[in-house]
Design a protein around this ligand. Structure first.
Ligand code: ADP
Ligand code: MG
Length: 670
């Protein structure tokens, strides 16, 4: 039986909803920490509210309506007007039909929510409310949620889970550690992180949980370092003549930065120690050939290499590049992905094991146990932030202390790199190849629609190609953003002469590859897609990137997306449809229009979004902390670092925690 069913007031319906948040048992609930809190004390007047901010209001409701929207959209809406002495706003609740029996007209009510503006009118969507002043003025947790479940349901479930906290919550920290670092008990922390009795209790709870998270992270890094630290390597790479020849054979002149990175790599490979190098470089800076240079070094010295990419599409692309650039040197290259037929796969595995294959390019499929190498000397992971630490470890365990090169397009602030990649040496490709023209970027609104459609048509007539990126795949009832399927139909109507196709993550692999293949061969001119296209795709003939609802994307993500064009000597363009009139969106678009520099853009991202958000995002390949914030909790991080060092010295808790730490490693993405 489902463990959640044992909780008070939790039925199968709620369980299903909780599952959509990846909550499957009581412990998941206890560890589902609030995203933020509302301290709803302090009531505002309607005359003082501003768009985009949260307010508590006291007033009455009138004109309550409740209706089911047609078109089978499964959308139910309750609307009402709300007024106090100073003005009125509209309030709207989605998909909570029972509210029509709960809400009363002309009775004093408290509401709390984010103020939005439609035309001249203010609105609150799904506000919290209560008729009881006492219920309302508390510090209330706000959880991350999706459209299927609401705050009340999550809160109720977490409350019920608390009944079991004394059994489930395990305190791994010994008393002396808690005392030394001023940490409260774990159970107290869990209780008060959800339902803090006071702000002092909240801070104590948070400190404890943040400390624990950092402690585990540091422990994971320490063990990573001892697993992969600077070891003497039995691999002997001393001949570089063929790699040099490879560089001379390239169809372009490498940039100075590329040449320098190759030098770094050559010196690592011949040092007698395993290489641990991070190759960092903005999109389009040409990391791939630097990786292939390393492959050539290994090949000339009779070793095998593995090159791992996060998606099938990328693996296929690298495979083509490698075949084109390396085949002439006699390398045998195999592509190993999840879609091979059994017979094909067996054949490839045999050739890898016998050493007949010199370079294996593939996805996670390379990690499988039955993939056995003959003499693996070099492991390359591309767009490495997509891989977990453990995957990196598995790959390198397929050789004897192989050299490691990780490639990433995500600029990481220096201080953070030191904490996270303490043991990795870093090469940076700062300059782009010289033949590149700056991608001309424009931020536009809906009034430009016709002109942009004409523009798409124009570049297609020239024989060039375009991406149209949307923030969603399907139509969505709650979020009103452009989706791939509708956009595709629109393009068919608006510019029927242009051959377009859809590509998104929910399609079957075979379908995806087929579309990609056609796009590469220019049988399709416009690819209507999502940010799936963000990672690494290299189609030099694509010269136009149109981003719908650009305000929905983070700046670094926009920059990655834009990096998909401007990959040849042709002039490329990026059109950002900004559907928001807010100042902050305008500023963000301005940054994109003015700059093509990934490091600058990530800095601006930090400034405009605030550090919490910046460091919380996955784009930096940081582990997903449940609660800690690398920027604002720097002090706690230092304490945790110190504690880990002490503990490792006297070795007590280290072993006890090892189980959890390994679990952590498998989730962390470093
Ligand atoms: P990224 O760093 O984003 O992975 P790629 O390795 O995919 O970039 O390179 C982008 C494109 O630039 C490829 O088509 C590649 O062949 C080309 N390229 C790489 N280096 C140079 C160079 N020095 N001059 C001209 N084109 C280059
Ligand atoms: Mg790349």
């Amino acid at each position: 039986m489902n463990e959640l069913a044992a909780l008070k007031g939790i039925g199968p319906k709620i369980i299903e909803k909780l599952n959509t948040l990846s909550i499957y048992n009581t412990n998941d609930l206890l560890e589902y920490y609030p995203r933020t809190y509302v301290d709803k004390t302090g009531i505002s007047h309607i005359s003082d509210i501003r768009e985009g901010e949260y307010f508590s209001l006291k007033g009455i409701l009138y004109n309550i309506t409740s209706k089911q929207l047609p078109y089978g959209r499964r959308l139910h809406i309750v609307t009402a007007e709300f007024k106090d002495q100073t003005g009125q706003i509209s309030v709207t609740w989605f998909n909570q039909p029972y509210l029509k029996n709960v809400l009363k007209e002309n009775k004093m009510i408290y509401i709390y929510g984010k103020v939005e503006k439609k035309g001249f009118f203010y609105n609150m969507y799904n506000p919290d409310f209560s008729y009881n002043e006492k219920d309302f003025f508390i510090i209330q947790p706000i959880y991350s949620k999706n459209a299927k479940i609401n705050q009340y349901e999550i809160r109720k479930a977490v409350k019920s889970a608390m009944d079991y906290s004394h059994v489930l919550v395990k305190d791994y920290f010994p008393e002396y550690l808690k005392e030394r670092y001023n940490l409260c008990d774990k159970e107290f922390a869990v209780k008060n992180i959800h339902f803090p009795a006071s702000s002092a209790d909240f801070f104590a709870a948070r400190r404890r949980l943040v400390f624990e998270e950092f402690f585990l992270m540091q422990l994971a890094l320490v063990s990573l370092k001892s697993n992969m630290g600077k070891d003497k390597s039995p691999i002997n790479i001393s001949k570089f003549d063929m790699a040099r020849e490879f560089v001379r054979s390239l169809p372009f002149t490498p940039t100075d930065a590329q040449l320098q990175s190759m030098k770094d790599i050559a010196s690592d490979l011949s040092s007698g120690y395993s290489m641990h190098r991070l190759l960092q470089g903005d999109v389009g800076s040409g990391k791939t050939v630097v990786g292939l240079y390393a492959v050539m070094c290994a090949y000339r010295n009779d070793y095998q290499s593995a090159f791992m990419a996060p998606t099938e599409i990328l693996a296929l692309q690298h495979y083509r590049t490698a075949v084109e650039l390396l085949n002439k040197f006699g390398l045998n290259i195999a592509l190993l992905t999840g879609q091979l037929r059994k017979k094909e796969r067996e054949d490839i595995l045999n050739r890898i094991e016998n050493g007949k294959v010199h370079l294996v390019i593939g996805t996670h499929a390379i990690l499988q146990e039955d993939v056995i190498f003959h003499n693996l000397a070099l492991c390359i992971t591309d767009e490495q932030h997509r891989f977990g630490v453990q995957q990196r470890l598995i790959l390198s365990s397929k050789g004897v202390k192989p050299h490691l090169l990780v490639m990433s397009a995500t600029p990481i602030p220096r201080t953070l790199a030191l904490i996270l990649y303490g043991d990795l040496d870093i090469s940076t490709l700062k300059e782009l190849p010289k033949n590149r023209k700056k991608v001309l970027t424009y931020s536009v609104d809906e009034s430009f629609r016709q002109r942009i459609n004409n523009f798409i048509q124009k570049i297609v007539v020239k024989g060039e190609q375009a991406f149209v990126v949307c923030p969603a795949i399907y139509e969505n009832d709650v979020l009103d953003v452009t989706n791939v399927l509708t956009k595709y139909e629109q393009l068919q109507t608006d510019i029927p002469s242009v051959k377009s196709a859809v590509l998104h993550g929910k399609m079957k692999k075979v379908e995806k590859n087929e579309v990609m293949e056609k796009f590469i061969n220019n049988e399709i001119s416009v690819l209507v897609t999502t940010s799936i296209i963000e990672v690494g795709i290299d189609i030099p003939n694509a010269t136009l990137m149109v981003i719908e609802d650009a305000q929905q994307f983070g700046l670094s993500q926009l920059h990655q997306l834009r990096g998909r064009v401007g990959r040849s000597d042709k002039q490329s363009y990026c059109i950002l449809f900004n559907q928001s009139s807010s100042d902050i969106s305008k500023k963000r678009m301005d940054v994109m229009v003015q700059s093509n520099d990934g490091f600058y853009i990530s800095e601006q991202d930090l400034l405009l979004r605030g550090p919490g958000d910046f460091f919380g995002t996955k784009q930096h390949g940081l582990p997903d902390f449940k609660i800690a914030n690398l920027y604002t909790d720097m002090d706690i991080l230092k304490d945790a670092q110190k504690a880990v060092q002490e503990e490792i010295r006297n070795n007590a808790i280290y072993r006890q925690l090892l189980g959890r730490e390994l679990d952590y490693l498998s989730k962390a993405k470093l």
